[in-house]
Design a protein around this ligand. Structure first.
Ligand code: FAD
Length: 348
């Protein structure tokens, strides 16, 4: 086993040293209901910043893959698009997807970097493959710089709930550099009409003895924009009192603004809002054009998820609430008085 791993690593090493100066990134492109995830498009932008070739990888069920490939092959920045279809890829279980990546990275492949969004699936898959190849993985990066001369790549990533920025250099001695990308830090790559990337199908790597099995997925239906990509977010905190007032106070404002709804962890823990709406260190990281924090104190763990928003508006009864330290517009007021007034004004 150890011998097999050493020989795999040696093959990877030998190939990679030869191409140290010319980066070639493999970007894992995730998709949902036939559409590419916007976070993966941000990962593609990050991969393009390495300054070399970029190959995309789409995996999924045989029903999904063809239409996703049609969209992905037009993406700006992609030179080649690989795809692999199998029923076992209908959900991205790390146990079934990782062997495909491992095979791809160990067969004299040209890849120097493996890139993905910092998504829940990729967070499980990439470190697993990196560990198998005995290389480190850098997670949740917000910027990168590749030095073509030395073959090293330097990343920044927020740590301690965004209160410090860590700079990490992956030297040329790391044959394949794995990293996940914080989507709010990179614009999403778009599609162009000009050149389509070269498309190649890959055989799936069937795993017969996977220890986990996907049973079902239940999607929350909402007419509101998705919190992760919305350009406007209206978030509520513990001050909203209960689930009924959370909805009756926040939702009309969100609807009037065409905004997604978010929540503090206190609001989620108290059952006012669904867990999927949590913004912060242990929730979603958002950076919309407008973020409204209503009755949210501004604990560092909440700020970690929203402080990069372009315009932050806070309403809080307490003039000393920490949220005002990051707010561009602050209103010391009772939200139950001012929010209905805002809705009225917006309707006019
Ligand atoms: P509170 O801190 O209770 O603040 C309520 C605010 O509402 C107060 O400032 C008050 O002045 C104001 N208020 C009350 N009534 C009104 C009114 N009528 N009108 C206007 N203002 C009013 N938190 C997150 O949000 N996201 C995370 O991801 C997260 N992760 C965490 C991870 C860890 C490991 C830990 C330890 C904590 C985490 N937390 C997170 C919790 C965080 O520390 C805070 O406890 C939480 O953010 C507080 O939520 P809140 O601001 O809604 O509640």
């Amino acid at each position: 086993m150890l011998k097999a791993r050493a020989s795999l690593l040696n093959r990877v090493l030998a190939r990679s040293y030869a191409t140290a100066a010319s980066p070639h990134a493999l970007v894992f492109l995730e998709h949902r209901q036939g559409d590419l995830d916007s976070a993966s498009l941000s990962a593609l932008t990050a991969a393009s910043q390495l300054g070399g070739q970029v190959t995309g990888l789409v995996v999924g069920s045989p029903e999904e893959v063809p239409s996703v490939v049609e969209k992905a092959k037009k993406l700006n920045g992609l030179t080649t698009l690989l795809h692999s279809a199998s029923p076992q890829y209908s959900t991205l279980l790390p146990e079934t997807v990782s062997p495909l990546l491992e095979k791809l990275l160990s067969q004299n492949s040209p890849f120097t970097h493996v890139v993905s969004a910092h998504s829940s699936s990729a967070k499980s898959i990439l470190p697993r493959v990196a560990a198998k190849l005995d290389v480190p993985a850098v997670s949740d990066i917000t910027s990168l710089e590749h030095d073509a001369a030395s073959g090293s790549t330097t990343f920044t990533r927020p740590i301690y709930a965004g209160n410090a920025i860590s700079t990490v250099r992956a030297s040329s001695s790391i044959p394949i550099k794995f990293f996940t990308v914080r989507s709010t830090a990179f614009a999403a790559a778009g599609a162009g009409d000009a050149v389509e990337s070269e498309v190649k199908a890959l055989d799936s790597v069937e795993v017969s003895d996977a220890p986990t099995e996907h049973i079902s997925t239940s999607l929350t239906k909402s007419d509101r924009p998705d919190l992760g990509v919305a350009s406007r977010v209206v978030s509520g905190g513990r001050a909203l009192k209960n689930a009924e007032t959370f909805q009756s106070t926040l939702y009309p404002l969100a609807d009037a603004l065409g905004a997604a709804v978010g929540a503090s962890r206190a609001a989620v823990d108290a059952g006012y809002a669904d867990n999927s709406l949590q913004v912060g260190q242990t929730g979603k990281v958002v950076a919309p054009e407008l973020y409204m924090a209503l009755g949210i104190s501004g604990a560092i763990q909440h700020l970690a998820g929203m402080k990069d928003s372009k315009l932050i508006v806070a309403v809080n009864k307490d003039p000393d609430a920490p949220i005002f330290q990051v707010a561009d517009v602050g209103l010391v007021a009772d939200l139950f008085e001012v929010v209905p007034e805002m809705v009225e004004k917006l309707k006019q």
